[in-house]
Design a protein around this ligand. Structure first.
Ligand code: NAP
Length: 394
């Protein structure tokens, strides 16, 4: 008797702009990779969730509660890019999803795929995973407009209570960074490094200027490593003072870099870095700067991971000028799908999918965003790229 394949329910949000077309391409290759690696014994049951423009048209809200509930219930989702409605009463749907579900680690692996044109001479030296704190820092959205009552009151308080003079025509923003959020992010980065055979974790901060926010992030990172991973983590300074080399051969090195220095070192000596743990804003800049070295956002996957749920998403936006034109690169979402497969325990399927994308690029097949960076490379459309990956999976 032939048994029914086991079904894994996975919610997905198609997204706005190019979202729906890259989602079709990504789901097809994810399905094929699962089928191939399980010999047909496992299938994904995709569950469509509304969010963004689609939700607004249907329900009059950008982010229905039922969508957040479904992600919380399933613990996982694949998400296309969402438009941030201008003046829609919500700052960013993406930030709202991350904050509502407490998806506190933004995880962005950046590696090179052979065949992809890059501005670097040796792009294969780049292989990092960026853990970016996802819930606080300036992304908390605490700011007041120039001339508002709130900005005026704060300027007054700062002057009268603390003797700090701020020009009255200033907008005011706050940058909260907490011990709890910093430590849980660094914990996730260290755990990842230990379980995936990575050699180091680097805390990236601007603590020389912002001592009690970014400097504290660094200090809490070291403190956490000392208290929770005393046997697995050695710091760079401990290593330097030891004559006999690393005590923890099976563990990792923890170090830190000031953000501006990190930006130049990741260009000049990328091979020295492995896992980077950063507060929110540094991570935002750094992840895109790293992605640019290996071909851009089109080949950079991303995930937002918390203790209860994880949302895997394309790292680029809705690219509205390309919507419906069959030219968008679906690779970021495909690779995010590969991360999702690994996250839910389908490592074999994840490897099959990444391998097929790798072969597709190595054969010179790519969409226009990548092809235009090289010389004499002709490009394929979204569907054709998807079919090229599919044919290498089957
Ligand atoms: P964007 O959508 O990422 O697009 C910027 C440019 O990058 C595009 O015009 C496109 O053109 C290139 N690009 C991006 N994705 C591409 C793809 N898959 N294939 C080929 N080219 C691609 O950024 P944006 O224009 O700043 O934002 C547009 C909307 O997306 C905004 O509403 C923003 O809030 C939202 N957004 C959402 C997310 C998310 O959902 N996580 C993230 C970022 C932005 P070129 O040919 O000019 O390079």
């Amino acid at each position: 008797m032939v048994s029914e394949p086991s079904e894994i329910p996975i919610p997905f949000i198609p997204g706005d702009g190019v979202g729906p077309e890259i989602m079709i391409a990504a789901r097809a290759v994810i399905d094929a990779a699962v089928d191939r690696s399980s010999s047909g014994r496992t299938v994904i049951r995709w569950e469509h969730l509304d969010a963004g423009e689609e939700a607004f048209k249907k329900h009059g809200v950008w982010l229905p509660d039922s969508t957040l509930r479904a992600i919380r219930d399933r613990g996982v989702a694949l998400k296309g890019p969402l438009t941030t409605p201008v003046g829609g009463g919500i700052r960013s749907l993406n930030v709202a999803i991350r904050q509502s579900l407490d998806l506190y680690s933004s995880v962005r692996p950046v590696r090179y795929f052979e065949g992809v044109p890059s501005p670097m001479k040796q792009p294969a030296k780049m292989d990092v995973v960026i853990f970016r704190e996802n819930t606080e820092d300036v992304y908390k959205g605490i700011e007041w407009k120039r001339g508002s009552n709130e900005a005026g009151e704060l300027i007054e308080i700062l002057q009268t209570r603390f003797g700090i003079g701020i020009s009255k025509d200033s907008g005011i923003g706050l940058k909260p960074i907490s011990e709890r959020a910093s430590k849980r992010l660094v914990r996730a980065a260290i755990r990842y490094a230990l379980t995936s055979g990575r050699k180091s974790v680097t805390l990236v901060h601007k603590g020389n200027i912002m001592k009690f926010t970014e400097g504290a992030f660094r200090d809490w990172g070291y403190e956490l490593a000392r208290s929770e991973f005393p046997e697995q983590v050695v710091t760079e300074s401990e290593l330097g003072s030891r004559k006999s080399g690393p005590r923890h051969l099976a563990g990792i090195v923890l170090n830190d870099r000031i953000a501006d220095n990190m930006f130049q070192q990741i260009i000049t000596r990328p091979e020295e870095y492995s896992v980077l743990a950063t507060p929110n804003l540094n991570g935002d800049y750094l992840a895109d700067a790293c992605a640019a070295q290996v071909g851009g956002l089109g080949v950079a996957p991303g995930a937002n991971i918390g203790d209860e749920a994880a949302v895997f998403e394309a790292v680029h936006g809705t690219a509205p000028k390309y919507a419906g034109k069959d030219v968008a690169n679906p690779c970021s979402l495909m690779l995010s799908g590969a991360m999702m497969l690994k996250h839910i325990g389908l490592e074999g399927a994840s490897r099959v999918l990444v391998g097929a994308i790798q072969e597709t690029f190595a054969d010179g097949t790519m969409t226009m965003d990548l092809a235009r960076m090289g010389e004499g490379i002709s490009s394929v459309g979204t569907k054709q790229f998807g079919e090229a990956v599919l044919s290498r999976i089957r």
